[in-house]
Design a protein around this ligand. Structure first.
Ligand code: PDD
Length: 283
């Protein structure tokens, strides 16, 4: 049985209970993070905790733990669960209150965290890539907040799965924003590009690392709006996230991307990413 963390306690998952009036349950009123751990070491913890702080501030929930407190709790959770590669999920909700849209005056946030096994992307996918479809971005105008209310993302991802694709790439006003649960990169004429951060996409931690690695390795890159046409004409398309790292998209809307195989820049970036992970393990 997995050990989870709930409000200062570590306990088996089936014994962890939250009151039905928790605003996370009633309204989806909360924020979350997903942080990988490799060889017991948390990946880019500082960056994840900064994004958590940004999300909490944006929705006016007080941060229930200090930076050190989050680190200690998450490390304890890693130790109490098995697996060399774990995915740590944490969420903070505005806590329990009588149902009312207005925020309670003195919220007592509910803090929950769990560890799930982090399954590496299969060799088959690394070699052949995945299919994606484009869909209208039906989400709200605060997509930079990592909110637990994910109904639009769920509908979009499921629509992709129903069409035998792994992910939906979302289009807002003619421009690609990101995937339903991933960030977007394209390669065109040797230039790696990703949409700029702002209210319409999540500032992914993996996204930032890829830009950093591109910078450090003299790979031409930029942040720019990507039109639907540029997306469809790209030489390479990648999706990035903490759990999937970098996924090459080799088929978009039933049409092969370039020659239908993962591209050379993907291979190079994947190797740089794996080196970076290894350095963390060796620290
Ligand atoms: N999702 N965009 C969206 C909408 C996401 O949900 C995610 C990640 C990303 C990538 O962010 P990062 O690189 O920090 O993981 C971008 C997580 C993994 C999830 O919801 O499970």
């Amino acid at each position: 049985m997995n050990i989870v963390y709930l409000n200062n306690e570590f306990l088996p998952a089936d014994q962890a209970c939250v009151p039905v009036l928790d605003r996370g349950f009633i309204f989806g009123d909360g924020v979350y993070e997903v942080i990988p751990a490799y060889g017991g070491k948390l990946f880019r913890l500082g960056e994840h905790l900064q994004r958590l702080q940004n999300s909490l501030s944006a929705v006016r929930i007080p941060n229930p733990l200090s930076h050190a407190g989050w680190g200690t709790m998450l490390n304890e959770l890693i130790a109490q669960n098995e697996g060399d590669e774990q995915s740590l999920y944490l969420q903070v909700t505005r806590g329990s209150a009588q149902r009312d849209h207005a925020m309670p005056d003195d919220p007592v946030p509910t803090v929950f965290a769990m560890s799930n096994p982090l399954h590496p992307v299969s060799q088959h996918i690394r070699e052949h890539g995945v299919a994606a479809i484009t869909l209208d971005d039906i989400r709200w105008q605060r997509c930079h907040i990592k909110a637990i209310s994910l109904l639009p993302n769920i509908l979009l991802r499921q629509e992709a799965l129903d069409q035998n694709a792994a992910e939906a790439i979302l289009i807002r006003d003619g421009f690609a924003t990101e995937g339903a649960a991933s960030n977007l990169f394209i390669v065109s004429d040797g230039m790696l590009a990703t949409p700029p951060t702002g209210p319409f996409l999540l500032p992914g931690i993996t996204r930032d690392l890829i830009l950093e690695l591109a910078n450090a390795n003299n790979i031409p890159h930029c942040e720019k709006n990507i039109s639907r046409d540029e997306l469809h004409n790209a030489d390479e398309i990648w999706l990035t996230s903490s759990t999937k790292e970098i996924l090459p998209v080799t088929c978009l809307d039933d049409t092969p991307v370039a020659n239908g195989q993962p591209g050379p820049l993907f291979q190079r970036m994947l190797a740089l990413y794996q080196d970076y992970k290894q350095q963390l393990r060796d620290q």
